[in-house]
Write a protein that binds this ligand. Structure first.
Ligand SMILES: *Cc1c(COP(=O)(O)O)cnc(C)c1O
Length: 412
């Protein structure tokens, strides 16, 4: 019996837990000899593909020279290379790079930066505005700014109060914008959003013009705009950042998942110069009080620097456009599915007759159905989505979409 307690896993259901012994491109190989297609990029992290050669080489090379060092008051070349690379790739007004080690932490850091900004300016503000159906992580702070439901009911008494703006569902966009404007009049500290798509909330997409309007309203009222691009960053939605499609530049940007190509954990929170300057002083009490042991781990930074080099030197956006097109034709040919939506390399449908529902009884049945077909797909309740590594081949995509079609037919 294994002593391992797995995340988001109900051990009482006795579902099989495969042992993966090798990964390559879009495939996982199990100890019992199966080849499983990784159709969700191992929970949205793997961008180029598993064991991308340049990233693996960078990790090996760095591991031969330096493992881990303190980052408070010390620096190293891989971190400097990542920061310089991010300044080249990301919007010009994001001038400062703060390292951490997970998406959740990058969001916690963003929230702390926002509150520190206001306090240090002598106008303390603490209220955070959030978008309905949002997901920003599983720590207490990030659960507070995310959707409430079965997954955080036990912790609800500890979650801090936020103002929730309704999701801009088709036809109700103005309601969202009006609610945001009303909330902005009460001088909140910041708005946090997942740009263009609420991922864990059910792959719910909304138009770029709404994102642009939300940003404009925040700017008008001086409310900080935090873009959580932990999932959407690094090409997922068809552009390097989802914000680009709306011409939006946030005050604070959270990146993780694809930052290292999905090879090793690393995160950054990028901030505007104004936010950095609000903390910079000769007064130690105004410094940014945040760190974690593995902040800017050199090996993880070497992987991120290699990922940045891939983005700068290889036709990544063309690969993404090609994958987006190959998915779009396949998903639009599926019979018996509802609410077909695509955004870059993300494709999603609702199965059954319900709307998106994470606790739908369909979820576990679908999971088992796909597992039996050697497919790593992990529906969000009755929402089946495909988010593969950019290198996935046509045969693998065909197998994925054939199985989704079969699942939909079985429910019809
Ligand atoms: C995955 C995710 C997070 C949390 O990242 P972790 O690395 O799992 O802590 C935060 N925000 C968004 C939008 C995500 O998709």
């Amino acid at each position: 019996m294994s002593a391992v307690w797995h995340p988001f896993t109900q051990h009482g259901l006795g579902e099989p837990i495969p042992t993966v012994v090798r990964a390559e491109g879009a495939a996982l190989f199990t100890s019992d000899g199966r080849r499983v297609i990784d159709a969700i990029s191992s929970w949205w992290v793997t961008t180029h593909g598993h064991r991308e050669p340049r990233i693996m080489a960078a990790i090996a090379d760095q591991a031969a020279r330096m493992d881990q060092i303190i980052f408070a008051g010390w620096t190293h070349e891989p971190a400097e290379a990542v920061a310089a690379g991010l300044l080249r790739l990301m919007p010009d007004t994001l001038t400062r790079v703060f390292f951490s080690d997970s998406g959740s932490t990058s969001v916690e850091v963003a929230l702390k930066m926002a509150l520190g900004f206001w306090l240090n300016r002598g106008e303390p503000r603490h209220r955070i505005l959030v978008l309905e159906h949002g997901y920003h992580g599983d720590t207490i702070g990030t659960m507070s700014v995310g959707a409430r439901g079965a997954f955080n009911r036990a912790y609800e008494p500890l979650l801090f109060d936020v103002a929730t703006i309704p999701f801009p569902a088709a036809g109700r966009e103005q309601t969202t914008l009006d609610a945001l404007e009303t909330a902005c009049r009460e001088a909140p500290a910041a708005l946090i959003v997942e740009p263009l798509v609420c991922g864990a909330g059910g792959m719910l997409v909304y138009p770029a013009w709404v994102l642009a309007e939300m940003r404009a309203i925040c700017a008008r009222y001086g409310v900080l705009f935090i873009a959580d691009e932990v999932m959407t960053g690094w090409g997922r939605t068809g552009t390097l950042l989802a914000c680009e499609q709306a011409g939006v530049v946030p005050d604070i940007l959270c990146l993780s998942k694809g930052l290292t190509g999905g090879a090793v954990p690393l995160a950054v929170t990028m901030a505007s110069e104004a936010i950095y300057q609000a903390h910079r002083s000769e007064d130690r009490a105004r410094m940014f009080f945040h760190s974690s042991s593995y902040t800017a781990n050199p090996i993880a930074c070497a992987a991120a620097a290699a990922n940045i080099a891939i983005w700068e030197e290889e036709p990544v956006l063309a690969r993404i456009a090609d994958l987006a097109a190959r998915q779009a034709v396949r998903i639009s040919a599926l019979p018996g599915v509802r609410n077909v939506r695509t955004l870059g390399t993300i494709a999603a449908v609702d199965l059954g007759t319900e709307g998106a529902d994470y606790m739908s009884a369909l979820g576990p049945r679908l999971l088992a159905f796909f597992r039996e077909r050697d497919l790593l797909l992990r529906p969000l309740g009755n929402v089946v989505y495909v988010m593969p590594p950019y290198c996935i081949g046509d045969d693998d995509l065909d197998a994925v979409y054939a199985a989704i079609g079969e699942a939909a037919a079985g429910l019809a």
